[in-house]
Ligand binder design. Structure first.
Ligand code: FAQ
Length: 315
């Protein structure tokens, strides 16, 4: 039955008309959007750190310029997403407070270390590759500000994925040592990249409802399977080996079968005990503290401008 308050909302969802900030929406819809969008924003901001680790050690000026541009893009994605979350009635300070106090989740993948230059290739290729697979359907999410932010984000993520693949390609076709480095990066990032899609559908607490609300359009397992199908073929082009002895083409299903994911490792990382969780949080908190004078200066400038405008209007 369509209830009086949310009838309009439900009809819009059924007819694929986007929900906009001033529209009536159920509290739980608002809550789950704030949850997902803010986790996503935090992931983008924390996700700058593993790559930031290599800016000073990029092997050439060109590589350094590209890497810097990519990291800045990720920062921009975080800002669009925080803005989209703010349209739902939460403040950025509240969201950042949740991140800094360790209450908020962000993607498990960014709690792994970036040990060699090849990791810059693997992150672009696999992590951005998984992000695109997950985010293209979000361009059709039912909440307008989120869907619109995703369109631009996906365009930029495509460039990121290509630059990562190109780094891997150069290394994989290079010297024996370079090829080994590329394979080692693939070995370390493959399974964490599969974990990015979240728990199996049967263990996913939010998927069913989020799909009913057309926030998510494709389930965690279906997206993961699409990612494996596409990425295994790309691995062949690189001449590298996917670190999964159970990986096998299944002619009946038309998809690759792949091995079991280590969910104990996944939940351990999500709960804050991954290899770099503490380091990542410390880095974000330090950046926030060091940026205090910038925020104060910006506020003082804004207040001065406002006072000047008011004086002009009064004159
Ligand atoms: N890590 O019920 P579900 C990027 C949590 S951006 C940590 O299935 P849902 C760009 C989940 O929150 C990467 N926690 O959840 C880049 C939930 O807990 P809650 C981020 C995870 O929301 C590249 C619980 O497990 N992308 O990479 C993870 O329906 C390179 C149960 O899970 C997005 O955020 C995880 N991997 O589906 C930047 C995309 N997976 O909240 C820099 C938008 C699950 O109930 C460098 N988000 N959990 O306490 C989504 O599509 C969804 O939120 C999912 C999870 C698919 C991530």
């Amino acid at each position: 039955m369509v209830d009086a308050i949310h009838g309009d909302f439900e009809q819009k969802i059924a007819n694929d008309i986007t929900i906009e900030p001033r529209d009536t929406m159920p509290d739980d819809y608002r809550k789950t959007l704030i949850r997902q969008i803010s986790q996503h924003a935090h992931s983008e901001i924390v996700g700058m750190l593993p790559e930031g680790n290599w800016v000073t050690r990029a092997p050439s000026l060109r590589r350094k310029a590209v890497l810097l541009a990519k990291i800045q893009d990720e920062g921009g994605h975080g800002l669009y997403l925080y803005s989209a979350a703010e349209t739902l009635g939460v403040t950025r300070d509240e969201l950042l407070d949740q991140l800094h106090s360790g209450k908020a989740k962000y993607s498990s993948i960014f709690n792994y270390p970036s040990l060699t230059w090849a990791d810059m290739g693997a992150i672009g290729w696999l992590v951005d590759g998984a992000a695109i697979m997950n985010q293209v359907p979000l361009c059709r999410a039912s909440y307008g500000p989120y869907a619109r932010a995703m369109v631009r984000i996906c365009k930029e993520e495509s460039f990121h994925q290509r630059q990562g693949f190109e780094i891997m390609h150069v290394l994989a076709k290079g010297t024996e040592v370079q090829k080994k480095m590329a394979q080692d990066a693939l070995n370390r990032w493959w399974w964490p990249a599969l974990m990015m899609f979240g728990p199996h559908d049967s263990d996913s607490t939010n998927t069913e409802q989020s799909m009913k609300w057309r926030i998510k359009r494709i389930s965690n397992d279906d997206l993961r399977r699409k990612f494996v199908d596409v990425t295994v073929e790309q691995t062949k082009v690189l001449g590298l080996t996917v670190p999964d002895k159970d990986l096998m083409w299944n002619a009946e299903t038309g998809h690759y079968d792949f091995g079991a994911i280590n969910w104990a490792e996944f939940w351990n990382v999500v709960k804050g005990n991954g290899p770099c969780n503490k380091q990542r949080l410390e880095a974000r908190k330090a950046a926030w503290q060091k940026g205090e004078w910038v925020r104060e200066a910006a506020m003082a400038h804004a207040e001065k401008r406002k006072a000047r405008k008011e004086a002009l209007v009064a004159a």
